[in-house]
Design a protein around this ligand. Structure first.
Ligand SMILES: [Zn+2]
Length: 86
């Protein structure tokens, strides 16, 4: 997996606008059926303002799309993160 720096803007009810540079990897998401940007939980947490715990719960509840690397690292699909954050 190749890591990239991307800029993401999340708009919450047109009031709060968060623009952040984050590290992400480009991987296939089974649920989106396309190649998406995926983030590590700590990056996803600082971007969305949700705690890593909440993110893990959302992953378990299938609200967030994710992938796991062979060495057990969790990556969260940016598309699904934006959906639950906005
Ligand atoms: Zn996805």
């Amino acid at each position: 997996m190749k890591e990239k720096i991307i800029e993401v803007t999340i708009e919450r009810e047109h009031i709060q606008r968060t623009s952040r540079r984050i590290r992400a990897v480009e991987v296939w998401c089974e649920r989106c059926q396309q190649t998406v940007m995926m983030l590590r939980p700590d990056e996803a947490s600082s971007l969305s303002g949700l705690s890593v715990r909440s993110l893990c719960r959302a992953v378990e509840a299938s609200e967030l799309h994710f992938t796991e690397t062979t060495d057990g690292l969790l990556f969260i699909c940016l598309n699904s993160l934006i959906q639950i954050s906005s």
